[in-house]
Design a protein around this ligand. Structure first.
Ligand SMILES: NC(=O)c1ccc[n+]([C@@H]2O[C@H](COP(=O)([O-])OP(=O)(O)OC[C@H]3O[C@@H](n4cnc5c(N)ncnc54)[C@H](OP(=O)(O)O)[C@@H]3O)[C@@H](O)[C@H]2O)c1
Length: 245
């Protein structure tokens, strides 16, 4: 699809990657860019129309889909990362919050906007996933589970919506230079570079964006994930079994 002349909505458009997505859409001459945020007063990017939206609030999601009846491009960017483990976390609160936003919030947006996009010629959905959709980083374990679930939903929504001509783009990235990765001391891709890659993909009809070298390496390693991605857990068990004989 062409970005120029399209009507787009970006979730979490008040900061970080969402702000970069909204700015890039304006730069590419989208006819209207709705910048959705929990606090719309924080959406200050020139040319972006603020709209109040918490993606975990189903009534608000439905109302926003009705307000944006001319939308042809939905960018599901909003997400949370609680840096939580599975076993040592004090409760399920972080895991639930990540699922609620990254999986159920994204799903709820796809469901609400599917008929809107269909009515406007098909359009496109961009789902912001992660390299953590592909593997479990022990420091952000429950976040990875929520992004794996969102990857699965992205593949399913693509299957369910291709008949109406809706392109569904999965975007996976390692570290991006935003608040979410502020504490990380490792190479990061800029949000502006990710936004450019993603809208190039939308215009080219590409269903997947692997935004950096680390993400491309991890995806290419999936068929040998236990040997290549994880610490040598299998070697530990092989040695343990041998030692017990
Ligand atoms: N940064 C990275 O290294 C990285 C890597 C791969 C993927 N990602 C993904 O990229 C996306 C953008 O993240 P970012 O790096 O820009 O992080 P960020 O700076 O922490 O921004 C997150 C955005 O999501 C919004 N948000 C969170 N929960 C929401 C909800 N329930 N309803 C509506 N908006 C909500 C936040 O709004 P508030 O300001 O109200 O909190 C904020 O605008 C996320 O999906 C993230 O998982 C990030």
């Amino acid at each position: 699809m062409k970005i120029a002349g399209s009507v787009a909505l970006v979730t979490g458009a008040n900061r970080g990657l969402g702000r970069a997505y909204a700015r890039e859409l304006v730069n590419r001459d989208a006819a209207k860019v709705f910048g959705a945020a929990r606090d719309p007063d924080q959406v200050t990017e020139p040319g972006v129309v603020p709209i109040a939206l918490d993606i975990t609030d189903p009534q608000r999601v439905a109302a926003v889909a009705a307000e944006c009846a001319d939308a042809s491009l939905l960018v599901n960017n909003a997400g949370v990362m609680k840096a939580s483990t599975f076993i040592d976390a004090p409760s399920l609160a972080a895991a639930r919050a990540e699922m609620e936003t990254n999986y159920f919030g994204t799903l709820s947006m796809c469901r609400a906007f599917a008929p809107v996009l269909g009515a406007n010629g098909g359009g496109a959905i961009v789902n912001m996933l992660s390299v953590s959709s592909f593997y479990t980083n022990p420091f952000t374990a429950s976040y990875g589970a929520s992004k794996a679930a969102a990857w699965s939903l992205t593949n399913g929504v693509r299957l369910e919506l291709h008949h109406q001509g809706t392109l569904v783009v999965a975007v996976h990235a390692g570290f991006i230079d935003t608040d979410m990765a502020a504490l990380v001391d490792a190479p990061k891709v800029s949000p502006e570079a990710v936004a450019k890659m993603v809208f190039d993909a939308v215009e080219a009809g590409q269903i997947e964006v692997l935004a950096d070298e680390r993400t491309r390496t991890v995806k290419a390693s999936l068929s040998h994930d236990h040997e290549l991605i994880y610490p040598p857990i299998q070697e530990f068990w092989d040695a343990a079994v041998q030692g017990s004989h």
